[in-house]
Design a protein around this ligand. Sequence first.
Ligand code: ADP
Length: 493
Amino acid sequence: MPAKTSKRQPARELLFGNLWEYDPAPETASPQLQSRYQLFIDGKFTAPKTKKYFPSISPRNEETLAEIALAGAADVDAAYAAAAKAFPAWSKLPGAERGKYLYRIARLLQDRAREFAVAETLDGGKPIKESRDFDVPMAAAHFFYHAGWADKLNSVTPGKTLAPLGVVGQIIPWNFPLLMLAWKLAPALACGNTLVLKPAETTSITCMKFATLLLEAGLPPGVVNFVTGAGETGAAVVNHPTAKKIAFTGSTAVGKSIQHALAGTDKKLTLELGGKAANIVFEDAAIDQAVEGIINGIFFNQGHVCCAGSRLLVQESIADRVLAKIKIRLRSLRVGDPLDKNTDIGAINSQKQLEKIRELVDAGVNEGAELYQPACSIPSKGFYYPPSIFSGVTLSQHIAREEIFGPVLSILTFRTPEEAIEKANNTAFGLSAGVWTDKGSLILKMSTELKAGVVWANTYNKFDPTSPFGGFKESGFGREGGKQGLLEYAQLI
Ligand code: ADP
């Protein structure tokens, strides 16, 4: 007999709220960590000349995971010397041969995918389901994609010859450590460059583990060199005379300082910096799908995403409905141990970042926006922050202008497409945007008029190695991914 529908059925709100209980689902694969990581120079693990090491702390529980070598100027020098020595042979290798190394690296990463995912989650704090299902497979996909380009470079510019730039210096941030490494390494290697890369100081471990893959793949010594350390090491990478190009992903402030440092030199530069994306929802959108897109747009990777949909622009006629649905959905998000397979929002990457988020949220409250945070239990140790939304936000408030880089959404309203465009573009950044509507013509209009490198329509945070990614205005310049990204590592001769 079919069950009768009770009139006193719990409200949808309760069904999806805190009452939903999950058993713990801890990830148990070993990340195969070492207690100490050296530098990777000229195909060897090398102790730093500084003799100094710094701890890599797990944001999950504040435990020290490993000691990381601190590279000084002399170490960076050695890394560049190794890359320069390796360049002639690597750049002359037929593209098909370089491609074989890239295929091999991609396959080796797939073989050790779970181990890398666990290491990434422990070191950076992101939920295991994201490192397992997004970061690691995407990193492998970038190597596969660029492996395919290595022997087809001449078809990119028919009738002309493409040559590598030489030795390149690369600096990456902590939000997608392994994926950003793949974005940097794969196109540079496919084009025949050799390189020196520095990971972020809070997330060096998967980079150093990656060095073991390179050895396993038999990559010639010196083609890839890793130096670890903080800003000072980064500055040494940027300013080294051997570098023909610097590729940087990180904060707008550091990006600007690199631009200053390189002014007047002949080094090429690409910068992928901050963002404050507008995720724009029109009244004719499929609301439930849009709400999922809003949630994914801001809470993916704790909001540590330069293209995060951190400003929701919602059409006034549906604003109350959308806000109510977001609040319900927020209550179902599971915050906590990133190593638990159920976790939606893991740990904030560092104490420093947690403080920055708190500061900006306080500014939002003090400036009069309305804060909503669902009740959620947060582990007592580690760096955690609840999913948060601000409604009643105006464009002049800090939370509407500054990149929070955390799980905090600012909600603004608009009446017409023109007002949405005006508000969306009223920012110093221009990395990404989202548009939710049933009308194709409106999507075309918005994507043409929004000053953003990527515009997603009826989806958000979709990535593919074939698709170029990069910004306008203070979000930087240059593209990564696709043919455009490849060409950033080559010159016509
Ligand atoms: P965040 O403030 O979000 O940590 P950063 O821009 O400081 O972002 O960090 C991104 C990367 O830039 C990291 O690898 C970091 O070590 C590096 N970095 C920081 N300062 C400098 C600098 N002055 N020159 C070069 N790289 C730097």
